[in-house]
Ligand binder design. Sequence first.
Ligand SMILES: Nc1ncnc2c1ncn2[C@@H]1O[C@H](COP(=O)(O)OP(=O)(O)OP(=O)(O)O)[C@@H](O)[C@H]1O
Ligand SMILES: Nc1ncnc2c1ncn2[C@@H]1O[C@H](COP(=O)(O)OP(=O)(O)OP(=O)(O)O)[C@@H](O)[C@H]1O
Ligand SMILES: [Mg+2]
Ligand SMILES: [Mg+2]
Lengths: 155, 155, 164, 164
Amino acid sequence: MTKEFKKAFADIQAYFQESFAALFGGGNAELSLSGESVLEAGIEISVQPPDKKRQNLSVLSGGERTLTVIALLFAFLRYRPSPFSVFDEIDAPLDDANIARFGKFLKEYAKHTQFIVVTHRRGTMEQADYLYGVTMEDAGVSRLVSVRLDTAGGE
Amino acid sequence: MTKEFKKAFADIQAYFQESFAALFGGGNAELSLSGESVLEAGIEISVQPPDKKRQNLSVLSGGERTLTVIALLFAFLRYRPSPFSVFDEIDAPLDDANIARFGKFLKEYAKHTQFIVVTHRRGTMEQADYLYGVTMEDAGVSRLVSVRLDTAGGE
Amino acid sequence: MQLKRLEAYGFKSFADKIEIEFHPGITAIVGPNGSGKSNITDAIRWVLGEQNIRTLRGAKTEDIIFAGSSTRKQLGVAEVSLFFDNDGTLPLDYREVVVTRRLYRSGESEFQINGSRCRLKDIHQMFADTGLGHGSMSIIGQNRIDSILNSKPEERRVFFEEAA
Amino acid sequence: MQLKRLEAYGFKSFADKIEIEFHPGITAIVGPNGSGKSNITDAIRWVLGEQNIRTLRGAKTEDIIFAGSSTRKQLGVAEVSLFFDNDGTLPLDYREVVVTRRLYRSGESEFQINGSRCRLKDIHQMFADTGLGHGSMSIIGQNRIDSILNSKPEERRVFFEEAA
Ligand SMILES: Nc1ncnc2c1ncn2[C@@H]1O[C@H](COP(=O)(O)OP(=O)(O)OP(=O)(O)O)[C@@H](O)[C@H]1O
Ligand SMILES: Nc1ncnc2c1ncn2[C@@H]1O[C@H](COP(=O)(O)OP(=O)(O)OP(=O)(O)O)[C@@H](O)[C@H]1O
Ligand SMILES: [Mg+2]
Ligand SMILES: [Mg+2]
């Protein structure tokens, strides 16, 4: 268990640094084990956006925190692609440039994982292969409708 | 104290119902006092979007929860306009139609209150009278730039 | 292994049965605030064995059954099925694997794999090595970034054990 | 009473002094992720007397002073000023009222109203009846909807007392 865990940890750590640098255009991202024994150790996350000092996670901006989690998610998917992944408006805090970067990552990783993303942002919709609309025209009852990108709205 | 508090509470309650109905296009919003004495009572919030059953706040969607808080904010501002108000990406979970409704409310209440809104959404930017851009081109140092709407980006 | 389809009936706002076909690549789900998008995410989480009603944004178990609306009466059962195209990842000899979960207003609940009843444990075991297990990060709910980053270091360990 | 201007220097990412003119109506602040928009909101909250460093997203008091970057050294002081056009709302005989807060890396902090030193209590008192007081909802930080709705009924009372 310990050997496997260590190997997994080392690989995910390396992929986390790579995804982070790709999403932020540079910078550092590190995972480290806290506590004595490997069997009970916790996982510490420490990141440094490009040109900035290494700081506490709480000092990061809303968008930077979201990108950090996205980098970690893609690190896990790279280590071990799961059959499908569901993201519910994970892109809400992102600016346009980061929406585009997130979309590029989705496209790249979609070769091994099916993605189901709930979104209000047009940049993300444009990356989708399939688009489903949900409406509630009938009081309190959800219905599925087919949607074309030009009528989907979203910004 | 008790008399004033009761008067304030009753007015804010009425304004909350009005703002809620305007933002949701109908439905009910109520504030009630919990506990024995008025002096220590807590404030319960109970809302019912149009056509839906009255349910626990946790069952509301992300956007519905945001609109409920926005309705409460405008109820306070109507009761007692504060000189200025700051909203930091309060519009992030909203769909396009609700961005437009939020913008209309800002415009209406801006007659008595200065609003400072941080946003990534174009619909909100379009309602602004003044637009400031913040950048960090110089490593780790924020700078203010003047921005015109057509170059501000945002969706 | 591929996710082919979701069917939901009586689950939250799905008073009428909904069916979603899934394909390889990226599927975006869009729609107005409050229309039922996150309810789809909750349906997927629930049929995969989620037991914590708070994670499903409810207060009591029956909150996931359609509670009625201004024109519709409440329903007595919630049912969600996921259809998989099994390439051998799932430890079953079937090409098509259908996982179903049902909850009655009486509180009785049942799981099925390809139509035959099974226990929650069987569902957890079936998905254990697929990356979809309970501790995985494959389903990220709305507005959950803060809870992931604010979690304690020991709590994060489960993500890694799941992956290892 | 109108907010006319904000000046910040050495506060968080404002290593160079920034000045923002405010006018009646709606002012939108836009820019890329991590550029410093929420730091402006924090600066306004801080100069109005915010004492809880966690609300300002820091761990220790000096986290609000510019900590340095790859090309700049850390600074020794953070200073924020708000300029008001006073129509009588503020209990002072001045037309222009400038509120300033300064924090040195040594931990020493000072408040000023129109250039003369005062205490935090004076700032709280000055804004008490304006709707900008400590319990007011006039500053809504990023991603705070959940904490407002999940607050306990007793905690919400402070919003009403502030308004009454
Ligand atoms: N048991 C239930 N019975 C009926 N309706 C329900 C039930 N549970 C939830 N709902 C309805 O579902 C709605 C919320 O749906 P959901 O959270 O999926 O919206 P959404 O499309 O994700 O919106 P947003 O874009 O704002 O996040 C609520 O308005 C609620 O009334
Ligand atoms: N004391 C400090 N010294 C230097 N930089 C700091 C300090 N405190 C915060 N920062 C920097 O400020 C940045 C965050 O800024 P802020 O939260 O204002 O971004 P934002 O424009 O609101 O972005 P978003 O759109 O993602 O919310 C962090 O990247 C952090 O490095
Ligand atoms: Mg949702
Ligand atoms: Mg921000």
